[in-house]
Design a binder for this molecule. Structure first.
Ligand code: ZN
Length: 112
């Protein structure tokens, strides 16, 4: 990685205001945020992970999506890999952040 990759953009693509690194979520890397309009400039490769988790009865764990697209649909736990994050680490993080109240176990092969 080249040294200029750490902060490759200085200005907001929406309004031209200055970008500064800010911590938005404690568990995620700093994001470039516009000091004028609040635009969050995500700099990540959009690599995603999905997990297939079996419970003690060999059922598959599904979770209900809490955001669009697909709000309310049942999916395998997963999400985006952050810049610089190991794929395996992202898979574990995404699988752990789903609340148990939004999880469902189904018998493998029985979904229709
Ligand atoms: Zn802006």
């Amino acid at each position: 990685m080249h040294s200029h990759d750490e902060r490759p953009y200085s200005y907001c693509p929406m309004c031209g205001g200055g970008l500064e690194p800010r911590t938005l979520k404690a568990t995620e890397p700093e994001r470039l945020v516009c000091v004028r309009c609040g635009f969050v400039f995500y700099l990540d490769p959009k690599v995603a992970v999905g997990t297939i988790i079996r419970d003690e009865d060999s059922r598959i764990v599904l979770v209900r999506r809490a955001i669009e697209p697909g709000y309310g649909k049942w999916v395998f736990p997963g999400g985006y890999v952050d810049r610089g994050e190991q794929v395996h680490t992202a898979a574990v993080r995404e699988a752990r952040k789903k609340p148990a109240s939004n999880a469902l176990s189904v018998a493998a092969g029985s979904a229709s």
